[in-house]
Write a protein that binds this ligand. Structure first.
Ligand code: NAD
Length: 392
């Protein structure tokens, strides 16, 4: 890499972002004014390349990759990689062909993730047109996935995985309680179809309000908790990681972090376990900057809505759905945050909450209790109480 000149403006910018250190690589030139500014602003100028971090927690595949990384002086966080044994789904059904549903279908078709992708929406022609459009793309992508669209819920028949994105968005004048009632009826009608047509499916609930709708799906289907998963944590964690990376001025591939709790104001971005290049985030960012990143994750969805005016985020949510499916089918390893019915884990029961999980093709394999700070454990408890209160 070419040598850089580190001037006082670099130090000022780092301080503005809440960074606590600047890594000085061999050959970099640090001006005298930069050194003065660093001293004044309490920014450490640390000789790099930084020492390799200790391995924190890992599965076999990640450990093996980290061993390989040790030979490379420039460390980056290992990426979850497709295992050779990743399963291909037979039938993936998506209920609701709006922004999220359409993009899930697109990503799934592009990744050739299932033999058949069934897309259904009550608006005549919508799912059919998207299916045709995606099938037209297969001449370029060479995807073997066949996409079928329609208005009938009978399309979910024998699906291995059913992603439920059907629902009404909140419109002006509509309270959260109104939305809950409207979307509850949507979930109930989908659940009726699932009970008879896809009784062995794993259901991934996306419809908001997420935590409440996941509870509703469990109640209405009577499926075991292992087969009703709420998607929120993968999206919220992605937003949290991006914000930490942006603030630290590093690629997001260097950041590992999870957001747990509820999908909303009681979200719990877990700072104590967050790592940048394998080191605690507090080595890189000060407390205010970390707090800003956590807020950024909580408000991420709202930021998109504010820009779009009509409609909400759909691209990142679709990736977040596919991340869950990839964990199920073995294309990704390790822990993933999922909203599941709690059964005593973290001292919490009888409410759906976002927690670190291991998934298999059968859905939830286990909820993993990672060590948390007392304050973080309290955040999880508070999220559980808030969701319980909303459910009434
Ligand atoms: P959208 O309005 O674009 O699409 C929803 C679709 O559902 C519409 O096409 C509508 O016709 C269809 N629909 C409604 N009732 C139906 C029914 N009974 N059967 C079949 N289809 C039906 O909304 P979107 O942007 O795709 O978002 C979908 C849902 O996901 C919303 O509730 C949204 O708030 C939620 N969401 C959740 C997350 C998360 O992290 N969990 C992220 C993004 C969006």
């Amino acid at each position: 890499m070419a040598a850089r000149v580190i001037g006082s403006e670099h130090v000022t910018e780092a301080s503005r972002r809440g960074r606590r250190m600047i890594e000085i690589l061999p050959g970099d030139i640090v001006t005298a004014s930069a050194r003065d500014s660093a001293e004044r602003l309490k920014i450490d100028l640390v000789d790099g390349p930084l020492k390799r971090p200790a391995v924190i927690e890992t599965d076999g595949a990640t450990a093996a990759r980290r061993v390989l990384y040790r030979r490379n002086p420039k460390w980056t966080a290992p990426q979850p990689q497709a295992s050779r044994s990743a399963a291909r789904l037979t039938r993936l059904a998506i209920v609701g062909a709006g922004g999220v549903g359409m993009n899930v279908a697109h990503l799934a078709a592009n990744a050739d993730l299932a033999a058949e992708i069934l897309l259904t929406d009550l608006v005549p022609g919508l799912a059919e047109s998207i299916a045709l459009d995606l099938n037209h793309a297969s001449g370029i992508t060479r995807s073997k996935s066949r996409v079928i669209g329609g208005t009938s819920l009978s399309l979910v028949a024998d699906a291995q995985v059913v992603v439920v994105t059907a629902g009404r968005p909140r419109t002006p004048g509509m309270t959260r309680a109104d939305l809950l009632q409207v979307n509850r009826r949507v979930i109930q009608s989908v659940a009726e179809a699932l009970k008879t047509l896809a009784p062995h499916a794993v259901v991934v609930v996306v419809t908001n309000p997420l935590d409440e709708m996941t509870v509703e799906m469990l109640r209405a289907t009577q499926f075991p908790r292992s087969r009703v998963l709420g998607m929120a944590g993968t999206l919220d964690s992605s937003r949290f990681r991006r914000s930490l990376a942006e603030t630290a001025g590093l690629p997001v591939s260097d950041v590992e972090a999870m957001a747990l709790g509820s999908h909303g104001d009681e979200m719990a971005p877990i700072v104590s376990r967050a790592r940048i290049r394998g080191r605690p985030v507090t080595d890189y960012l000060n407390a205010e900057a970390i707090e800003r990143c956590a807020r950024d994750a909580v408000t991420g969805g709202g930021q998109v809505v504010a820009l779009r005016k009509t409609g909400s985020a759909s691209l990142a949510p679709a990736h977040a759905v596919v991340e869950l499916i990839d964990h199920m089918r073995g294309a990704r390893a390790g822990l993933v945050p999922v909203s599941v019915m709690m059964d005593g884990e973290y001292g919490i029961s009888d409410v759906v909450l976002g927690v670190p999980c291991r998934l298999t093709m059968g859905g939830l394999a286990e909820v993993v209790e990672i060590p948390l700070l007392e304050a973080e454990q309290a955040q999880l408890q508070a999220a559980a109480e808030a969701i319980r209160a909303r459910l009434g």
